[in-house]
Design a protein around this ligand. Structure first.
Ligand code: CO
Length: 134
């Protein structure tokens, strides 16, 4: 059911420093910061030949990234995002398999303007999973 790895998201305590490191030390193609108020994050996408890295930084007091950075002050891998053809079919199948969908269970529009859902990390070996319809 899942397709390509769309991105790996890394929560960072300093967005500018992380972007500079990917640009200068790692020599990657780094995009511009984008605010995602619906998700409480500011993101920067880094284009790699085979996938993307999403740098995540909290936006606002209620950002879900604040708690993550409190537990992981130097930053850390926050989630992986897999592509699916049909997000509602994927959600329904996963619910049948016993996986918990976070939030209302309805897809939200993600950073690429496409519908996304998140799956409970406790149901996936401690890894928060994002699904994105492509
Ligand atoms: Co993501």
């Amino acid at each position: 059911m899942i397709g390509r790895l769309n991105h790996v998201a890394i929560a960072v305590p300093d967005l500018e420093a992380a972007a500079d490191q990917y640009r200068n030390a790692l020599g990657a193609k780094v995009g511009a910061p984008q605010d995602e108020p619906d998700h409480g994050v500011t993101v920067i996408f880094i284009e790699l030949p085979n996938t993307k890295i999403e740098l995540l930084y909290p936006m606002g007091e209620d950002s879900p990234i604040n708690g993550f950075l409190a537990k992981n002050p130097t930053g850390g891998i926050h989630h992986v995002c897999y592509e699916v053809d049909d997000i509602l079919a994927a959600r329904d199948h996963l619910k049948e398999q016993g996986a918990r969908v976070l939030g209302s269970g309805e897809p939200k529009i993600g950073a690429h303007g496409k519908p996304v859902l998140f799956l409970h990390p406790k149901d996936f070996n401690g890894c928060l999973v994002e699904l994105e319809e492509v």
